[in-house]
Design a protein around this ligand. Structure first.
Ligand code: AP5
Length: 216
């Protein structure tokens, strides 16, 4: 089954998609993580997107759509996927429908206050990309990833200025997609305000029902 994880920056898309990938055996495809991986490795893609990402802007539709289209054509995505961070413009949503339409869009609903609280304490692993939070999801050892032992760092685009730009981009370019998906009948709102375990408990039940419904 094909799921899009949708929501504001810091809504918890990456955290929930990682849990869902493990629980349901689907590949977790995060455009943000693909770009960050390329930046870490200094590839031509990474060098091309670095400045725009660090300032909180959006990578061009052309580049992002081409990258997702290629990724979804890989064998592990044949039985379904969890897309995190894509689509985030109308052009991207329409492109996805044209080459691999989504079944459901999980819309994680959170307030701006929650977003700011979550992004200000986020720490990411340089090795595997897992995210932690200094208060809500602290690592067992300070600044060390529980999974791979990698160093934890603060994302450059979690600075106050970049977060402001990302929230503005979300309002202007991404949030109108809610109406688009509602009209397509694929939007599934999920309350994202609670703790990670509370949100996951609700989300897991929702996804189980959607998957069972499809198979029935
Ligand atoms: P991307 O990585 O997709 O960034 P984003 O959408 O801004 O989302 P975030 O990663 O900030 O947040 P999240 O919702 O995944 O939250 P998380 O789970 O980490 O993209 C980065 C950049 O790449 C973009 O700005 C853009 O430049 C570019 N890009 C990517 N896709 C693109 C596209 N399609 N088109 C163009 N450009 C694109 O959680 C946040 C924090 O809260 C963590 O610390 C976590 O531990 C904590 N947390 C999570 N859930 C909870 C909870 N329930 N309770 C308490 N804490 C929680």
């Amino acid at each position: 089954m094909k799921f899009v994880f949708f929501g504001a920056p810091g809504a918890g898309k990456g955290t929930m998609a990682a849990r869902a990938a493990e629980a349901f055996g689907l590949p977790h495809i995060s455009t943000g993580e693909i770009f960050r991986g390329a930046m870490r490795e200094g590839t031509p893609l990474g060098l091309r997107v670095k400045a725009v990402i660090e300032s909180g802007g959006l990578v061009s539709d052309e580049l992002t759509i081409g990258l997702v289209r290629e990724r979804l054509a890989k064998p592990d995505a044949a039985k379904g996927w969890l897309l995190d961070g894509f689509p985030r413009t109308m052009a991207q949503a329409e492109a996805l429908v044209s080459f691999c339409p989504e079944d459901h869009v999980i819309d994680l609903e959170v307030s701006d206050a929650k977003v700011l609280e979550r992004l200000s304490g986020r720490r990411m692993c340089r090795g595997c990309g897992r995210s932690f939070h200094t208060v809500f999801m602290p690592p067992k050892k300070p600044d060390v990833c529980d999974d791979c032992g990698g160093e934890l760092y603060i994302r450059n685009d979690d600075s106050v200025d970049s977060v402001r730009t990302r929230l503005e981009n979300y309002r202007v370019q991404t949030s109108p997609l809610e109406a688009y998906y509602r009209k397509r009948g694929t939007l599934v709102p999920v309350d994202g305000e609670g703790s990670a375990d509370e949100v996951w408990s609700v989300l897991r039940g929702v996804m189980e029902r959607l998957i069972a419904g499809e198979k029935a």
